[in-house]
Design a protein around this ligand. Structure first.
Ligand code: PLP
Length: 416
């Protein structure tokens, strides 16, 4: 593969090689990113990308599905077993598309949806004013309590009673605490709303049994496959038997064409990996690392939203330091520590220049880093935050980061 690409398209080969060097030589703290295994990578780069398979196993619109039918069935069965759901659809192209399909399956245009506000840690597709979801649906948002940084379930209930949404969304993209899916179920039932749960970030923790599962408590559960679940980039929908036909129809013919079979095969591989004891240990280490990183950052005086974490991620509130999140994120990037700037609850600044920094441990944990490395990383973040314009300090940290990275290889395979 290497020589083919190198010979055929040296420009793209060289760019991929550079990206590979960037990925292996930097510390990846973006909580939505991970590194897939060589096995997942191999399935992704396979001949399955050449096949059209519109429809579902046994009911396709194209011939030649002898093998793809089996692959999709294996992927579905593995998802159903791993999450103890009645039904799985492995075709969504991504997490965003999975969410649209869930709405498409359950509600009508003009209905009201209620999700966590974007600046409280919700996702764009949960009814943000910038998203198509607020053009097709009326959108009401709940927020986290600005003092505690946590979801206030009583407030969610009050809002639900007031606005009577058709569908309530649980699940977050920048929230560091566990979510009480059972409580969301009770609130949704009390106003006769559907409960849709979006576990894009925490699917790996749920699969490992380290976070309450929404499966018995939600009508439809959507997730990405590439965050803590550590699979190929894609989407997955789980639901009860009652909603199975509606979900499948919402995906195709509702909104997608041919499924990406190479992705589905790679997701099947990742689901197989996620069912192992090794994955459970991995997920437990993600949590230990996040907790350790959070503790060390607080020892360095950083203010964490909600005072810590019980998931894979944390949010630093930089307002007390007067450092814009983007400035810190850019300086960290020069030191080869890659994170993302983020709004914090109650942030009055623009999402393009907010006062927070979001960090997570799934990727560094995949590389085998543990608590001692979290200690080093917290120290470097502290150093950079106090030396935002001192390039010689940033360069020194970058050298130390590179050295640490060389001791923790990335498991996937690469072109060079
Ligand atoms: C990442 C994320 C998504 C979107 O997934 P994409 O694959 O990027 O489309 C949806 N919901 C939540 C909660 C997310 O964190």
């Amino acid at each position: 593969m290497r020589s083919e690409l190198e010979r055929h398209d040296p420009q793209i080969f060289e760019l991929i090689r550079q990206e590979e060097a960037r990925q292996t030589g930097s510390i990846r703290l973006i909580p939505s990113e991970n590194y897939v295994s060589a096995a997942v990578m191999a399935a992704t780069g396979s001949c399955l990308t050449n096949k059209y398979s519109e429809g579902y196993p046994g009911k396709r619109y194209y011939e030649g599905q002898q093998i793809t039918d089996v692959i999709e069935t294996v992927a579905r069965d593995r998802a159903v077993t791993l999450f103890s759901a009645d039904h799985a659809n492995v075709q969504p192209y991504s997490g965003s598309v999975a969410n649209l399909a869930a709405y498409n399956a359950l509600i009508q245009p003009g209905d009201t949806i209620m999700g966590l506000a974007l600046n409280s840690g919700g996702h764009l597709t949960h009814g943000s004013k910038h998203s198509i979801t607020s053009r097709f649906f009326k959108s009401v948002s709940y927020t986290v309590n600005p003092k505690t940084g946590r979801i206030d379930y009583d407030e969610v209930e009050t809002l639900a009673k007031k606005f009577r949404p058709r569908l309530i969304i649980s699940g977050t993209t920048a929230y560091s605490r566990k979510i009480d899916f059972e409580r969301f179920e009770q609130i949704a039932k009390s106003v006769e709303a559907y409960h849709m749960s979006d576990i894009a970030h925490i699917a790996g923790l749920v699969a490992a049994g380290l976070h309450q599962s929404p499966v018995p408590h939600a009508d439809i559960i959507c997730t990405t496959t590439h965050k803590t679940l550590r699979g190929q980039r894609g989407g997955l929908i789980l639901c009860s038997a009652e909603h199975a036909a509606k979900v499948d129809k919402a995906i195709i013919p509702g909104q997608q064409g041919g499924p990406h079979m190479h992705t589905i095969a790679a997701i099947a591989v990742a689901l197989g990996e996620a069912a192992t004891d090794r994955f459970v240990s991995y997920a437990a280490q993600i949590l230990r690392n996040a907790n350790s990183l959070a503790e060390k950052l607080m020892e360095h005086g950083f203010d964490l939203v909600s005072g810590g974490t019980d998931t894979h991620l944390m949010l630093i509130d930089l307002r007390d330091r007067g450092i814009p999140g983007k400035r810190l994120a850019k300086a960290l990037d020069r030191a080869r520590i890659v994170a993302n700037f983020n709004t914090v609850p109650g942030d009055s600044a623009s999402p393009l220049n907010p006062n927070g920094l979001r960090l997570g441990t799934p990727a560094v944990t995949t590389r085998g880093m543990k608590e001692p490395e979290m200690d080093l990383i917290a120290g470097w973040i502290h150093t950079i935050s106090e030396n935002l314009d001192r390039e010689h300090v940033i360069e020194r940290v970058a050298r130390e980061v590179t050295e640490l990275c060389s001791m923790f290889p990335v498991p996937g395979y690469f072109v060079a």
